[in-house]
Design a protein around this ligand. Structure first.
Ligand SMILES: *[C@@H]1O[C@H](CO)[C@@H](O)[C@H](O)[C@H]1NC(C)=O
Ligand SMILES: *[C@@H]1O[C@H](CO)[C@@H](O)[C@H](O)[C@H]1NC(C)=O
Length: 256
């Protein structure tokens, strides 16, 4: 009787058909749970065609020695948890069962896993600023270099006062596997961003034309000067009043 139950379940699994591949990006050192539907029996987990776990009928399991200590079994039946993933663990993980009819294997779940480490840090430097100041308006061409280990991109920004545009639009370049370096404008700031699917490192600078900064500096200077003058004048008036008051009071006392 139990044979019939199991057969029935297996036919049921076959009817469900094989599942689509799930693509997952994982940060190096993180764990990953690979799920398989709870209705499966006699499941094998494979990593790039190598069998790493086999669940037997009694609920036990056989683990590839290369995976002992690195694999755990969450409560969900037949699901596995891979611990502390490293770049070398990237690949295809599949849960399979044997077909009853026609032979071969039926894939119940398939994951294409990519483990990525942190990207290398970026530097953003201003190489040159060519400015023109005419008819009260400032404009400049600002050239920056966005770089990281083994790659760099230069890009020019044309600014009028503090409003800039990037020549040729956003610039990007592929770096090591899956990572890319970008230089772009965001909310008026120049961003140099090195990113892969799981991490990123970026630097930002606020672009400005030198004259622009200079004129702002002198106008700030003027207002500080004005405030000082006002404070000084008020102070002087109060002191004069005080001296006069004291003098008058003295006179008044003598008079008495
Ligand atoms: C910036 O570059 C453009 C195009 O090359 C040029 O017409 C303009 O005069 C330059 N401006 C400055 C301030 O150098
Ligand atoms: C850098 O790039 C990543 C990936 O595209 C993105 O998630 C992140 O928001 C970017 N950072 C900035 C400051 O633009």
């Amino acid at each position: 009787m139990s044979i019939f139950v199991i057969l029935g379940l297996l036919v049921c699994i076959e009817a469900q058909g094989s599942s689509a591949v799930t693509t997952v990006f994982v940060q190096k050192g993180d764990d990953l749970i690979l799920n398989v539907g709870p209705k499966a029996y006699f499941v094998k987990w494979k990593f790039n065609e190598r069998v790493i776990v086999v669940f037997d009928t009694e609920g036990g399991r056989i683990i590839d020695p290369g995976f002992t200590g690195r694999i755990e079994f969450p409560v969900k039946t037949f699901s596995v948890k891979l611990k502390n993933l490293q770049e070398a663990d990237s690949g295809v993980y599949a849960a399979q069962v044997s077909r009853i009819m026609g032979g071969g294997m039926l894939t119940l779940a398939e994951y294409k896993v990519t483990v990525q480490g942190p990207v290398s840090p970026v530097e953003l430097t201003v190489d040159s600023v060519d400015s023109v100041f005419s008819r009260g308006s400032d404009s400049c061409n600002l050239t920056v270099t966005c770089s990281t280990q083994h790659s760099h991109i230069s890009s020019t920004f044309r600014c009028v006062s503090r409003t800039c545009s990037q020549e040729g639009g956003e610039q990007s370049e592929l770096t090591t596997s899956g990572a890319s370096l970008h230089v772009y404008l965001m909310y008026g700031a120049i961003i140099c961003n090195h990113s892969n699917q799981v991490t990123n490192d970026f630097k930002r600078i606020e672009p400005f034309c030198p004259q622009c900064a200079g004129s702002e500096g002198s106008s700030a200077g003027t207002s500080v000067y004005l405030v000082k003058m006002v404070v000084f004048s008020v102070g002087l008036i109060i002191m004069v009043f005080a001296v006069i008051t004291v003098h008058l009071m003295e006179k008044f006392k003598k008079h008495k």
